[in-house]
Ligand binder design. Structure first.
Ligand code: RET
Length: 300
């Protein structure tokens, strides 16, 4: 069976068009990446099940990353999740009024998955949670300004791009400098995993604004080349990163990183019977006697 995504969801359906859009080659590339992301998601799930529940945090995060990416690639392969935007620069003899297909679904993917990638890395460094949260916020600023810029038709798009680049540089600072110091305090094995995965990540992430500059921003490359450019980066930054990252973590327990995670069998009995509170009452939030506090079940 051939790829009929363009016919089914083509850009002339309903009279809604973009002059510059993907061809069947671009769609095929997106399908191939969809299949790879989905396969890797299943493999990460299978591997996760070999671990005790208390050692699964990095698997859950990494699975979420490739799972969300799979869905975004399904959309793009189907030629869905895009908006028709007037280009600022006309290439190849095209005239004023030319529109380009801008895949906003890419940014919906990134706004979910790039904070998760950073979370993987920064939890490895044992970074304090306020710094982690702030870095994730910077990441959201970077992605959302990238999206807004891509949807703007005038040169003002570069203003949003600049905000995104500034946010990115602050992220780079936190990962390359602050995170590295935290990781090295945790020992040479943690430090090594941190170094490898963060250098891999930052090296790839620097290429995203370049891709944006020649695709959504400058309209220099075609949407098919855009599929190949972002597609290659995404495969390296997500599933290949995931393999590298989970492999690096194989002998590092969550405990080492200061992550207090426990299964229900590990809840200390003392915590349940604190202050002599019967456990069932506490579970239902019923206060026992005047001023008695419900027992804290599963507290820190
Ligand atoms: C944008 C444009 C605005 C300026 C900058 C950008 C950087 C984007 C990055 C995206 C990373 C995406 C990943 C996806 C994985 O599948 C938004 C392109 C700096 C770094 C890792």
């Amino acid at each position: 069976m051939g790829n009929d995504a363009l016919a089914a969801n083509g850009d002339t359906v309903d009279g809604y068009t973009a002059d510059i859009s993907i061809t069947v080659r671009g769609s095929d590339a997106y399908w191939a990446i969809f299949a790879f992301m989905a396969l890797m998601t299943l493999l990460f799930i299978a591997h996760c099940r070999t671990k005790p529940r208390t050692e699964r945090v990095f698997h859950y995060i990494t699975i979420s990353i490739t799972l969300v990416a799979s869905i975004a690639y399904f959309a793009m392969a189907s030629n869905l999740g895009w908006a028709s935007i007037l280009v600022e620069f006309f290439r190849g003899g095209k005239v004023e009024g030319t529109t380009r297909e801008i895949f906003y679904v890419r940014y919906i993917d990134w706004v979910i998955t790039t904070p998760l990638l950073l979370l993987d890395i920064l939890l490895t460094a044992g970074m304090p949670w306020p710094t982690i949260l702030f870095t994730l916020l910077l990441d959201e600023v970077m992605i959302i300004t990238g999206l807004v810029g891509a949807l703007v038709k005038s040169s003002y798009k570069w203003g949003f791009f600049t905000f995104g680049c500034v946010a990115f540089l602050l992220i780079v600072w936190n990962v390359a400098w602050v995170g590295r110091r935290h990781a090295s305090a945790l020992g040479s094995d943690v430090s090594k995993v941190y170094l490898i995965t963060s250098v891999w990540t930052l090296g790839l992430w620097f290429l995203y604004p370049v891709a944006w500059g020649v695709a959504e921003g400058g309209n220099v490359i075609s949407p098919d080349s855009e599929a190949a450019f972002y597609g290659t980066l995404d495969v390296l930054a997500k599933p290949i990163f995931g393999i590298l990252f989970l492999w690096g973590h194989r002998n590092i327990s969550a405990d080492r990183l200061g992550l207090a995670i426990r299964d229900y069998q590990q809840v200390p009995r003392a915590a349940l019977h604190e202050k002599g509170d019967p456990v069932p009452g506490a579970r239902h939030g019923v206060h026992n006697g005047a001023g008695a506090e419900p027992a804290v079940v599963g507290g820190a």
